[in-house]
Design a protein around this ligand. Structure first.
Ligand SMILES: *Cc1c(COP(=O)(O)O)cnc(C)c1O
Length: 386
């Protein structure tokens, strides 16, 4: 074990060419970031009004092929509004995967709804269409009004939120088929998958609504930020809700429903515009790194996680699946002791105190992965750039 861990450490140190601590994921600013940010300072438009917000929204819409994109203060807020616009309301149930970052479930809970956990697939790490179909067949029915309800207590199951884990697209074709069949809104948590395409189409644009994140650890960053991907009418509603539901008027303050202060400041959008210009170059470098990792683990008992068939993944965060928990713990200890940052995958949402009593299907794969997955340093090396 320590032999393959040593090989890994040598490879990573040689790749990043540093004796310092090597982080899991650090941002790279090698384009127009400084120019655009300074531009907002000089214009004084640093806050929620400004040209960079509009430009960033247009740039993201055109990159992803989404009809519209609406910027938000962070990915969690974007997902919260996406769920509200998908009709998720107090007392509803929303199906998602237990193997995700906590924000997915928190956004559901902010709507007053409750997550239901359905298993993931071992190859995509995303929500399993088979597990979804099975849970629904055993626990749900579609009523005369076309609402999906639980058999047990007739609660409405409003939506389904798959997450594209580490940037690898979930099996969208089948998820679309199952959610349509069961009258569920499909809301994609695409926070980790900017730049990832499924059968040539950008993740986050398959469902009714999608949400992106530009947090500091994501593939590109705005410091903090998020984006809602939607069609025109839904995007107009999203803009309204994220801007305190203020009616357009030249001087009066009229707010016509409960809105949110979820706008992205212009300062952050400026950084986003510059980062988006770098995205394809960053992905090229990240895919080369992933391919190097893949070769390194070719004959190892650890299995490197690769993109699903018919997909182009952004390889945001690289990972390996260890043989068992022992091997995982040894790898984590060994690398972190040597200043190479590696991390276990998230604890399952179904194990967290606020979600431990939520409904769930069989979670064998998620539990299997929870004990085995380790994330590896995945930054673009700054010397390489771009
Ligand atoms: C990063 C992330 C989010 C959103 O996070 P913010 O920090 O609020 O931008 C949501 N879901 C997943 C799976 C994420 O990784």
């Amino acid at each position: 074990m320590s032999k393959s861990a040593d090989m890994l450490i040598d490879f990573i140190r040689d790749y990043y060419k540093t004796s310092e601590v090597i982080p899991l994921h650090a941002p790279v600013f090698s384009g127009h970031e400084k120019d655009y940010v300074v531009d907002t300072l000089e214009s004084t438009f640093v806050s929620s009004v400004g040209a960079y917000v509009d430009r960033f929204e247009q740039d993201v819409a055109s990159y992803t092929g989404s009809p519209k994109a609406v910027a938000a203060v962070n990915g969690t807020a974007a997902l919260h509004i996406a769920l509200k616009l998908a009709g998720v309301a107090s007392g509803d149930l929303v199906i998602t995967q237990p193997l995700t970052f906590v924000a997915t479930c928190n956004a559901i809970a902010y709507c007053g709804a409750e997550p239901v956990f359905v298993d993931v697939d071992r190859d995509t790490l995303g929500l399993s269409p088979q597990a979804l179909e099975q849970w629904l067949s055993e626990n749900a029915f579609v009523d005369a009004e076309g609402l999906c309800r639980t058999r047990l207590d007739h609660k409405v199951i409003r939506a389904c939120v798959p997450m594209h884990t580490f940037g690898h697209p979930a099996e969208l074709d089948s998820l679309i088929r199952v959610t349509r069949e069961w009258s569920l809104a499909l809301v994609e948590d695409a926070a980790e998958s900017l730049g990832s395409f499924y059968k040539g189409q950008h993740t986050g644009t398959f469902g009714e609504i999608g949400a992106l994140s530009f947090n500091g650890n994501k593939i590109i960053t705005t410091g903090g930020g998020g984006m809602i991907l939607a069609d025109e009418p839904t995007a107009a509603r999203a803009k309204h809700l994220t801007t305190t539901a203020k009616k357009p008027h030249s001087y009066e303050y009229i707010h016509d429903e409960l809105g949110y202060n979820y706008r992205m400041p212009n300062l952050n959008a400026a950084l986003g515009c510059a980062q988006l210009e770098q995205l394809e170059k960053l992905i090229t470098i990240k895919r080369e790194l992933a391919s190097n990792y893949q070769s390194l683990f070719q004959n190892s008992s650890m299995q490197f996680i690769t993109e699903p068939a018919d997909c182009r993944s952004n390889y945001w965060l690289n990972g390996v699946i260890c043989e068992n928990k022992n091997q995982r713990d040894e790898l984590l200890n060994h690398t972190n002791c040597k200043g190479v940052m590696t991390r276990p995958i998230w604890a399952l949402m179904s194990h967290l105190p606020m979600y431990q009593n939520c409904r769930r299907g069989d979670l064998t794969n998620a539990e299997w992965l929870e004990e085995r997955v380790v994330n590896l340093p995945s930054s673009v090396k700054s010397g390489d750039s771009v």
